[in-house]
Design a protein around this ligand. Sequence first.
Ligand code: HEM
Length: 505
Amino acid sequence: MSSGMDHFSLQPLLLQLLSSRGLALAGLLLLLVLCLRARRSRRPGEPPLIKGWLPYFGQALKLQKDPIGFMKTLQKQHGDTFTLLLGGKYITFIMDPYQYPFVMKNHKLSFKVFSKNIIRKAFSIQKFMTSELNNELRDCYQLLQGKSLDTLMDNMMQNLQEVFEHQLFKTTNWDVTHLLTFCTSAVFEATFTTIYGKFLGADRKKLITELKEDFLKFDNKFTHLISDVPIELLGNTKSIQKKLIKCLTSEKLAKIQGWSEIVQMRQDILEKYYTSKDVEIGAHHLGFLWASVANTIPAMFWAMYYLLRHPEAMAVLRDEIDHLLQSTGQKQGSGFSIHLTREQLDSLVYLESTILEALRLCSFSSIIRYVEEDLTLPSETRDYFLRKGDLIAIFPAVLHQDPEVFEAPEEFRFDRFVENGKKKTTFFKRGKKLKFYLLPFGLGASKCPGRFLAVIEIKQLLIILLTYFDLEIVDDKPIQLDKGRFLLGIQYPDSDVLFRYKVKS
Ligand code: HEM
């Protein structure tokens, strides 16, 4: 749930403008009202101001077309700090990674101001959030760590193995399928079952498939949902949102067995603040469900995609995993039987490096804060003055693509994060060791609380696939990031690709 989403609402808005006349009208009216905001001029001491010729939208079109290339050009022209007009907002971008701690630590920069608006729009949570409710719900994040994480991890492994069980006993012939569709089903089903539990009854498979389909329709409209376009103008988006919320109310959740500790704690808290029949409880659950799968699905896709395109990497990973399974007495049998502890998973450095490398290449998550009071931004070369009411943003995708930090940054190198057989954590810029070099999970107050589970889930899924199946890419077409969700998190591919798999003989 990106704190910054709301402020990039211009991009879906533009899509709407291009695609529908009614929305074009709404957009034009909005434009007239908001272009007044574009009149601002740079004051002494402020960062360079780049407004572009389009009032309100500012530089949005250029940024959407090529986010990293455009930001690098601006950095070359204006230095490491500059202010962009985007969607009626003035956003100061901090490009120097040595200045990131300033954004994290400054108490005049707020993260909460945004999340409220996004949560209201995306999930229809109206009562959000008294500080107490917000704080209590955030306390639940501790249940994504420590012993609770161990339990989640064991359940996840079991659920993932169940997802693939029927395939394992099916056929030993090649099965051709679309990779994104495959990853979506596996991640959605295993994550939902691990976090929310299992539907009861004979039609459980049907229920989870229906939920997944509705979720995908909802997620597909996500950037539109958080835009300035009223939900009523977004076709059936509102009805899908409503349907999903209704699927996750207290009454419906009661029919699901095996809630995780975090869902139980969230439900207990929500029942203190709402009557148990209040549908808004379902809206809170939808928010959490969205956070737990929306980025994990494309992250899983990219990890698998790069492995399929790099058989040499796949061979090293297979070896690493086989070695661990042998040394823990878990030789491949006829059925699923893998059990690995967190320490054992951690010891798979090439597997972890592969996942980090995939995240480096596909993450466009940004870190955005609201400037609550006028302030001075210090830097090595000069200080800049920032205005109250503006936004400040870190867009780490540019750092992830910096050739000074990552040699040949456009290449997938599965062992980029391994050094002397251990996890590599030393990356340099301007001769100094970087504290922050990879930020797919955000930073500071808004850092993803589900990051450990996300990486564990991707590791477990890859272990199952590499251990039990032969895997090959079928489509050799090159695919790109679809930048539709730029600044929002992990990017989807611009098209799906075929791959094939069969049970290892
Ligand atoms: C590869 C997978 C994932 C990625 C890349 C990712 C990334 C992120 C990022 C960047 C944020 C912060 C957004 C901001 O600045 O506002 C975030 C927030 C969040 N994530 Fe994740 N996430 C992933 C998986 C998960 C999983 C598996 C869970 C839950 C089990 C989860 C739960 C959350 C929650 C609850 C928040 C909101 C935190 C808050 O209230 O401040 N995420 N995630």
